[in-house]
Design a binder for this molecule. Structure first.
Ligand code: CS2
Ligand code: MN
Length: 348
């Protein structure tokens, strides 16, 4: 297991000097943010983000994310050229020593929440999802902006994208994912890279958009689509775990055993109702997930990939990027490393 920490390069209020003082964090998870989606990440652009990380004594082995252009998800005629660019980016990342690429295949939106600063009883703030509040923000019927997304799209762009997806149901999205994977996985194999698809967050369809990476059967189908260890998953506890039907301990055990988990996002959430949840401190007793049991299932089934703490709360008045401040993620990483040490030593 290698503990890592997500860092948004020089644009991040959290500094590498701070991260390097967390002795259990060995590596950085980052991305090139200034190249438009669909274009090639050049060797120069990759070298520029890598340098400060290795200079700080941290590893540069995990990318989150190389975003997938909407035309690939839509299966548009332009997709072949875009997939060629994606393959070139994979090759360039492989040359720079990257071993794992996290990505997602969610149409239009990545994660969705109703609130980014949900007040908790102890004065901390967290990301929360309330089903009715989110449904009331449907961009096709209101002008309301979705928390976290108002800078990514204009209202007109959103409407046009939502319109294009009317022709893409779940099966079509699976077909488009399969088309993409069949082209990129051989390139990953040559480049020493494992792809790690991030589950849909939350794992159910929203605003009529299909979402397919939602639970155990979907992960099984994904693995079978291209049967290679390079075609893996990011086991994001909080994304899958907010559907109580997803047995996270069983999922962790099964896919670690199948050697398909190169990357783990350790996050706890509290399920407060049907399709309602809020994020919590990482500690098991704070949320609905048994972090110890999930990590133990990973350990017992041979997991030896990368882990990072996912989404922290906003504590101590930090006011960081939603989910990505320093303090609560640092506490989360420490907690996960503590659990891991205990699991390791009790299994000797
Ligand atoms: C992340 C995702 O912040 C988060 O919720 O887990 O945004 C993740 O980076 C992407 O889905 C991966 O492509
Ligand atoms: Mn995640």
């Amino acid at each position: 297991m290698q503990m890592t920490f997500r860092w948004y390069n020089n644009g991040d209020a959290v500094k590498l000097e701070q991260i390097r003082q967390l002795p259990y964090v060995k590596g950085i998870v980052t991305a090139v943010y200034d190249i438009p989606v669909g274009e090639v990440w050049t060797e120069e652009a990759i070298a520029a983000i890598k340098k400060p990380i290795v200079d700080a004594g941290l590893t540069f082995e995990v990318i989150e994310s190389v975003p997938v252009h909407e035309d690939i998800k839509l299966g548009a005629p332009t997709r072949d050229a875009l997939i060629d660019n994606y393959c070139t980016t994979i090759r360039n990342l492989g040359k720079a020593g990257v071993k794992c690429i996290c990505y997602n295949f969610m149409p239009v939106f990545d994660w969705l929440r109703s609130e980014l600063q949900h007040p908790m009883a102890d004065g901390s703030k967290c990301l929360a999802f309330d089903r009715d509040t989110v449904l009331a923000m449907d961009p096709s019927v209101t002008e309301l902006s979705l928390p976290g997304w108002d800078e990514s799209y204009t209202h007109a762009e959103l409407l046009s994208l939502l319109d294009k997806y009317k022709a893409v149901d779940e099966e079509k999205l699976w077909a488009n994912l399969g088309y993409f994977l069949k082209k990129i996985i051989p390139v990953c194999e040559e480049s020493g890279i494992k792809m790690a698809i991030h589950p849909d967050d939350p794992p159910w369809g929203i605003f009529g958009l299909p979402r397919i990476i939602t639970g155990r059967d979907a992960l099984d189908r994904l693995c079978k689509t291209v049967d290679s260890p390079a075609n893996g998953i990011t086991l994001c506890f909080g994304s899958l775990g907010c559907n109580p039907q997803n047995d996270m301990v069983a999922i962790a055990a099964e896919f670690a055993k199948r050697d398909r988990i190169p990357f783990v996002h350790a996050r706890n959430i509290y399920i407060s109702g049907e399709r309602c949840f809020n994020e919590t401190a990482h500690l098991s007793e704070c949320g609905s997930l048994d972090m110890y049991k999930i990590l133990e299932a990973l350990y017992e089934n041979g997991f030896d990939g990368y882990i990072r703490p996912d989404h922290g709360r906003n504590i101590w008045n930090e006011n960081g990027r939603p989910g990505y401040g320093l303090y609560d993620r640092a506490l989360g990483a420490s907690y996960v490393c503590g659990l891991w040490e205990a699991i390791e030593k009790s299994h000797k």
